[in-house]
Design a protein around this ligand. Sequence first.
Ligand SMILES: NC(=O)c1ccc[n+]([C@@H]2O[C@H](COP(=O)([O-])OP(=O)(O)OC[C@H]3O[C@@H](n4cnc5c(N)ncnc54)[C@H](O)[C@@H]3O)[C@@H](O)[C@H]2O)c1
Length: 246
Amino acid sequence: MELNEKVAIVTGAGQGIGRAITLKLAANGANIVVVDVNLERANETVSHLESSERKAIALKADISSTKETEDMIEESVKKMGGIHILVNNAGITRDKLLLRMKEDDWDAVLDVNLKGVFNCTKAVIRHMSKQRYGRIVNIASIVGEMGNAGQANYAASKAGVIGFTKTVAREFAARNITCNAVAPGFIETAMTDSLPENAREELTKQIPMGRLGKPDDVAESVLFLVSDSSSYITGQVVNVNGGMYM
Ligand SMILES: NC(=O)c1ccc[n+]([C@@H]2O[C@H](COP(=O)([O-])OP(=O)(O)OC[C@H]3O[C@@H](n4cnc5c(N)ncnc54)[C@H](O)[C@@H]3O)[C@@H](O)[C@H]2O)c1
């Protein structure tokens, strides 16, 4: 129970990777604020934790809204008594080749994936600074490192998350706040479910380990980065991609 007494906020935790992270952190002793724009899904994640001894609450917030995010963080602190860990996981895709990509496709993805990370981080960092302790993990993507046809908006947002991560790491290291990114490869979730079978086969051929990843593969890395085992690691990008990008 190495995360005993710690409070973690996980965004986009209503399903997929965010839910896996939530269950992993709770299994290791953290109390959790499950944040999602879809409250029904967030409540479902909380219901998975009912049999555990951990405290878990669901809060609805659209992280692309600065006001909603600030209110959500304040409510978290009030209800849970503090905040020690933030996992910026919520993210969306709106894939199109560049020539067909509309301004709205660009704005929607950047607003959630990059501005959302800024909103959540800025709202928690004051609390973390004051208590001189914090662990922030941002979920980036392999696509932010190597690019991917049809994902100019998504790749730019995730590359932005990596730059943001390194900057926060530098600004707050002296306050004992670490900030790292996890860059998953292709993981089996709703986000990749829509891939046609032939595209999935082609993709798998490019992964040295010969399979897509599982949400739990990502959750294990997040657990390490929020635990005391990684207290001298900051500003890093941990690749969880089966060797697809080295
Ligand atoms: N699945 C993959 O292959 C993969 C690979 C690399 C990175 N990622 C990243 O991992 C993260 C999680 O991905 P996933 O596959 O679990 O996605 P998912 O679509 O299964 O789940 C995302 C969750 O985020 C929530 N969400 C969306 N917009 C939000 C908003 N504005 N405010 C709050 N919550 C919001 C959704 O309701 C959903 O519950 C994302 O940042 C994604 O970019 C995923």
